[in-house]
Design a protein. Structure first.
Length: 252
C-alpha cells in the first residue's frame, strides 16, 4: 500500500516538474550559441583563395562561386563578386563577355569594390547563418550573424585590409525588449517552426519596421492552399500582435 502511494506521488511530481522544465527551457531559448559568439570573437578567419580558385564554378567572368558541405554537416557557400567596368570589343563573344546596347563589351579592370563572401550555415536545428566578406588578399573585411533571411544579430565586426578592427556594431541593442529569440518562440507556438528539429528554417523571414516599431515576420509554408503565407507585425517591446494576415499571390 505504501509503495503504491509513493509510486503515485512520484508520478505526480514528474507530471508537475517536467512541464516546468520545458517552459524554463523555452523561456531561456537562444537562437545563437554563446560558444559560437566566443569563437568568432577569438578566431579571425582568412579566405582560402587557392582552394576557391581550384574548385570554383565560373558562371560568368564576374561571378564565381563554390558550395560544399563539411563533415559536421555545415554548408559553406562562397562567392567572388567582381565590381568592374567595360570597354567595347566587337570581334567575338568569348565566354563572359556581355552585350550592351547591341555591342559586345569585355572587362577592362576591377574596382576596389570587388570581394569574396561566404555564408556558413550549420546543420539543423540551428537557425542562423554566419556571413563574412573578405578583401581580395583574403583578409577578413566583415563578419556577423544573420537570422532568416537577412536580420543582423549580435555583434558585427569590420576590419581594414591589413586586418585591423575598425568598427563594432551591436545589433541587439538596436531592437526592443521583445527580442528575436522571443519572436522565434512565437513562431514555434504558432506551429510554423520547430526549435528542437529546426523544421521550417527556410520558411520564414524576420525583418524590422522602425517606422511602425514592429518586427515584420513573413512565413512561407512549403505546403499552402490558396495563399502564399502569413504576415505578422509584433511590437518590438511587448510582442503584441499588431497585425496578422495571409499573404496572397499577386494576380495577373
Amino acid at each position: 500500500m505504501i509503495n503504491n502511494c509513493l509510486k503515485t506521488i512520484f508520478i505526480a511530481l514528474i507530471l508537475v516538474v517536467l512541464p516546468l522544465c520545458v517552459t524554463a527551457q523555452k523561456k531561456h531559448y537562444r537562437a545563437v550559441d554563446t560558444i559560437i559568439i566566443k569563437s568568432m570573437e577569438n578566431n579571425k578567419k582568412k579566405f582560402d583563395i587557392e582552394y576557391f580558385d581550384k574548385n570554383k564554378n565560373i558562371w560568368t567572368w564576374d561571378y564565381h562561386n563554390l558550395e560544399f558541405v563539411k563533415e559536421d554537416g555545415t554548408k559553406i557557400e562562397q562567392v567572388k563578386s567582381i565590381d568592374n567596368y567595360f570597354y567595347e570589343e566587337d570581334k567575338d563573344t568569348t565566354l563572359g563577355y556581355k552585350e550592351r546596347e547591341n555591342k559586345i563589351m569585355r572587362p577592362l579592370g576591377i574596382y576596389d569594390g570587388s570581394y569574396y563572401s561566404e555564408d556558413e550555415t550549420p546543420p539543423l536545428p540551428k537557425l542562423y547563418t554566419i556571413y563574412r566578406e573578405f578583401y581580395l588578399n583574403g583578409n577578413l573585411k566583415e563578419e556577423g550573424i544573420l537570422l532568416p533571411r537577412n536580420l543582423h544579430v549580435g555583434i558585427w565586426r569590420e576590419y581594414d585590409e591589413q586586418g585591423n578592427l575598425t568598427k563594432e556594431t551591436n545589433w541587439d541593442e538596436t531592437y526592443g525588449k521583445f527580442d528575436y529569440n522571443k519572436v522565434i518562440l512565437f513562431l514555434a507556438k504558432q506551429g510554423h517552426i520547430n526549435i528542437k528539429t529546426g523544421k521550417g528554417r527556410d520558411e520564414f523571414t524576420i525583418g524590422v519596421s522602425r517606422e511602425k516599431h514592429c518586427w515584420d515576420v513573413n512565413v512561407w509554408p512549403r505546403e499552402s492552399n490558396n495563399y502564399k503565407g502569413f504576415e505578422y507585425l509584433l511590437d518590438l517591446d511587448t510582442g503584441k500582435v499588431k497585425k496578422k494576415g495571409k499573404i496572397f499571390p499577386s494576380e495577373g
